[in-house]
Structure formats: C-alpha cells, structure tokens
Write a protein that binds this ligand. Structure first.
Ligand code: NAP
Length: 286
C-alpha cells in the first residue's frame, strides 16, 4: 500500500496534543497497522486545551478506537475519563484512551509498563534494587509505578523540588515498595549501592541544561537508563558506558508504551523490531 492510499484511509486512532507535528507515534502505529494488514490510519491530531472535551467526543463519534494523549493533556484527560486502570489512577495521568461504544472512555497509562518493558532485555539484575529515580514530574510518576509493578522494593526518588518527590512517594504508597524522597544534594551519597539509576528529569535534553552526575560513584554492575531520547545517547549514558555500566536509552520506553496502546485498541501486541527502531533513530536525526 502506498503512503498516498494510506492517507486517504479512514483515521482509526491517533495522538492528541499541542504541539503535535513532531510526534513519533504515527511512524510507529502506521508501521504496525501495515505490518498486521489492518485498514485505516493513525494520525497526529492538534488539539488545544480549550477544545479538549468536544474534540474527544467528536473523535469518538467519528469511530476512532482511541487516541494517545501527550503534552499538555495527560492530566486533563485523566479527569475526563469515565473509567481508569490502576496505573492511570496511581499516576494521575492518562496516555491512552479507549473509546467505549456505549459512550465514555477508558483512560489507561502505558508509560509505566512501557518503561519496565524497556529494561527487560538488560542483563544487569536491576529488579533487585535499590533503584534511584531522578525527577518527580509526569514521566517520573510512570517510571516509579512501572518499577513497583516490576517488583523493585526500594526506590529513592530525588527531585530538585523535594515536595514533589514527597507527593509522589505518598501517592504511590501502599503498593509494597519502600519509597524514599530525597533532596538533590543527597544524590552522590545515595548512589553507591544502586542496582538501577534512572534519569526521568528533562535534564540532558538536546539544547537544554545538562545533568551533572559523577557516575564513577556507582557500584559496578549498576544499570543506568535515561528516558530522554533526544539525543539518543545522552551525556549520562555516554559517561555510564565509559565507566563500564550497561545502559538503556529512552527509545525503548517510547516504543513499548506504543505497543501496549496498540494492543489495547486492536488486540494485537506488535513487535518492537530492529527495523522500527532504525526508522525512529533516523527520524530523530531530522
Ligand atoms: P515534567 O513533568 O515537566 O517534569 C520535569 C522534571 O525535570 C521535574 O522533576 C523537574 O524538577 C525536573 N527538572 C527540570 N529542570 C530541572 C533542573 N534544572 N534541575 C533539576 N531538575 C530539573 O516533564 P515530564 O513529562 O516528566 O518529562 C521529563 C522528561 O522525560 C522529558 O525530557 C521527556 O521528553 C521525557 N519523556 C520520555 C518518554 C519516553 O517514552 N522515553 C516519555 C515521557 C517523557 P522540578 O519538579 O523541581 O521542577
């Protein structure tokens, strides 16, 4: 099927947000729709905050299976959802909507299982913990929930604004993990016995402020991961590799959260194959 034929097809799913034109979700989902011979296309749909509710209703009426949700709508869509899964409930944000034929919609969060799935191929025994998560924003909430679900029993949550780390630890309490909020200046002393270090802040993004950490303080064998994927190899990952650590980049989380959303709409868990990853890497270089 040519791309022209595909763009003339009915939209059956999409991603809503603003700005939306740089979203990589259409690349992934259209790849899988093609691979599984499903008719229809996945579109990037610009939606401003003041039109969120009517646009969601209109997309449901047009017959879409559902939509992904990105900046700045994840919390607002959480509030509008008529049903939510436990991940969304705990995280307080929805990244995937499944429209119900009877009206209303289920809001789920696939960032959390997506993050945990991105670590599954790592050889390092990260799930035994302790883990340290840097950040307490929306993405960090998904990361912490994903780690708890994956069985990590001690998670140190470090954030510039300590109150947000405390709130995160409170909100995710009662799930069987010990969650320890810490101020930024405790990173070095709390790093030495980690099995896993995660950057879930926006530090290290291309053109932004760097994340300045001394990774040589980490114990040998600690896994280091960064959910920032532009650049793909962040300064943190480069330094960790140089110090002999196994690393996982942020593209895995992006791909796996999309796989779980696709499964929720179409009942097929698509593959995260090397071809798709290569296409995404090429797209990131644009
Ligand atoms: P967010 O809600 O705005 O949170 C930003 C986080 O970064 C907060 O913890 C913030 O700390 C911290 N931060 C920002 N500037 C800082 C500084 N100068 N020093 C120390 N900490 C600083 O953003 P988000 O939605 O969580 O996203 C975070 C990053 O994750 C983004 O780069 C995003 O691209 C990436 N992400 C990746 C994926 C993926 O699939 N790989 C998915 C989602 C997000 P304060 O609380 O103190 O402000």
């Amino acid at each position: 099927m040519t791309d022209k034929n595909r763009t003339e097809q009915k939209i059956i799913a999409g991603v809503i947000g603003t700005p939306i034109k740089h979203s990589r979700s259409p690349l992934m989902h259209n790849h899988w729709l093609r691979a599984h011979g499903l008719k229809g296309t996945y579109a990037a749909i610009e939606v401003a905050p003041d039109e969120l509710e009517p646009r969601l209703a209109a997309l449901a009426a047009e017959g879409l299976r559902g939509v992904n949700v990105t900046i700045p709508h994840k919390e607002a869509v959480f509030a509008l959802a008529t049903e939510r899964d436990q991940a969304a409930q705990k995280i307080g944000a929805v990244n995937t909507v499944i429209f119900r034929k009877s009206g209303g919609f289920l809001g789920i969060n696939t960032d959390a299982p997506g993050f945990a799935a991105s670590l599954q191929a790592a050889a390092a025994p990260w799930a035994g913990g302790p883990a340290m998560v840097l950040g307490a924003g929306g993405a960090a909430r998904g990361v912490v929930y994903g780690l708890i679900e994956a069985g990590v029993r001690e998670i140190r949550i470090v954030n510039r604004t300590l109150e947000r780390a405390e709130a995160l630890a409170r909100d995710m309490g009662g799930l069987g993990a010990s969650l320890i909020p810490l101020p930024w200046d405790k990173i070095s002393e709390q790093m030495i016995d980690l099995a896993l270090l995660v950057n879930a802040t926006s530090l290290g993004l291309a053109g932004g402020r760097p994340l300045d950490l001394d990774v040589t303080l980490l114990a040998p064998g600690a896994l280091v991961t960064d959910i920032v994927y532009a650049p793909l190899e962040t300064d943190l990952l480069r330094a960790a590799k140089r110090a002999g650590h196994e690393t996982v980049d942020g593209l895995g989380m992006l791909i796996h959260q999309a796989r779980f959303a696709f499964e929720a709409w179409f009942g097929i868990l698509p593959e995260a194959n090397a071809g798709l990853r290569a296409a995404l890497e090429k797209d990131l270089q644009k």
